[in-house]
Design a protein around this ligand. Structure first.
Ligand code: C2E
Ligand code: MG
Ligand code: MG
Ligand code: MG
Length: 295
């Protein structure tokens, strides 16, 4: 039947495959209305200064509270949303929601520097003609400070059409937002890309972080080489997937200043993230000299 053909390469067909296929069809249909039905949630993972351990920013990550399947991770639905185009609506929802939430934290926890917010942009979103205008409108509506917003893009979003990609990235920079290259080292980026595109930072993929092994010199030399290259290109570096104290100390010794990972915190729901901000505020207050008031 046409239904089976439209699945692409399925040649053999057994009941388990049918289950998987049925699930895909169901998710594909259900995700269209997930945003409108209020089923999307955001969790926030702290971005941390590796030397001081303080949270300077956060990455918004989407979850789908499915009515029957429970809380779904992006691995279950981002690719489907990307393929069907629903990612565009999801992305718009994510950006608005994250800007509104983080603005409330800016008000509640005013620091020297407001928390910076990172939002992921998928290739399909990135290629939309109205992307920049849509982001500009959201920034205007929410009054979120563009300097505190970063977009994370993977190399896949860029390599199809270099000239168009550069134009879009330049237009995003014009809005005043930051641009981070996500999952660095796993894709196709060349030095030409890094040199000619207006990125502010690159995120070392967690593959390189997880392979950091104190007994294996080459693993840290590789990360060291990425850091030197970033330095030459004037890019900040954020390490992803820091899970152990040994990862943290090795990265810190190599001169990597920023990172995120389960060692510090998993992605947190808004209440838990707020609790973390309160705790950090309290410990910062305690570390001030006792008589600083009198000065
Ligand atoms: P990503 O942007 O590279 O996000 C990092 C992923 O690594 C997140 O998975 C995060 O939970 C996970 N992670 C963080 N620290 C650790 C660690 O120490 N160890 C391990 N093993 N994993 C860690 P998550 O939330 O499942 O998201 C997966 C991917 O889905 C993201 O990868 C991103 O590409 C995509 N994604 C998530 N939210 C959005 C969104 O709102 N829009 C778009 N377009 N894509 C999103
Ligand atoms: Mg990311
Ligand atoms: Mg990443
Ligand atoms: Mg990733």
């Amino acid at each position: 039947t046409t239904k089976v053909e439209s699945l692409g390469n399925i040649v053999l067909f057994n009941p388990r495959m049918r289950d998987v296929a049925t699930q895909q069809f169901e998710l594909e249909n259900e995700i269209r209305s997930a945003a409108a039905n209020g089923q999307l949630r955001l969790v926030y993972q702290p971005k941390v200064d590796l030397n001081t351990g303080t949270t300077y920013g956060l990455e918004a990550l989407v979850r789908w509270e499915h009515p029957t399947r429970g809380l779904l991770q992006p691995g279950m639905f981002i690719a489907i949303a990307e393929r069907t185009g629903t990612i565009v609506d999801i992305g718009k929802w994510v950006l608005r929601e994250a800007c509104k939430q983080v603005l409330r934290w800016h008000e509640e926890f005013p620091g020297e520097k407001p928390l910076s917010l990172s939002v992921n942009l998928s290739p399909r979103e990135f290629r939309r003609k109205d992307l920049v205008e849509s982001i500009r409108m959201t920034l205007e509506e929410t009054a979120f400070p563009p300097a505190s917003l970063h977009f994370e893009l993977t190399e896949t979003a860029l390599f199809e059409d270099f000239t168009t990609a550069r134009r879009t990235l330049d237009a995003l920079k014009q809005l005043g937002v930051g641009l981070d290259l996500d999952d660095f080292g796993t894709g196709y980026s060349s030095l030409k890309y890094l040199r000619e595109l207006p990125f502010d930072s690159l995120k070392i993929d967690r593959y390189f972080v997880s392979s950091l092994d104190p007994k294996q010199k080459s693993s840290s030399e590789l990360v060291g080489a990425i850091l030197s290259m970033a330095d030459v290109l004037g890019l900040d570096v954020i390490a992803e997937g820091i899970e152990t104290e040994s990862h943290r100390s090795t990265l810190s010794l190599l001169g990597c200043r920023f990172g995120q990972g389960y060692l510090f915190a998993k992605p947190l729901d808004p209440q838990s993230f707020r609790t973390l901000l309160v705790a950090e505020q309290d410990s910062a207050a305690r570390s001030l000299p006792q008589d600083s008031q009198a000065l």
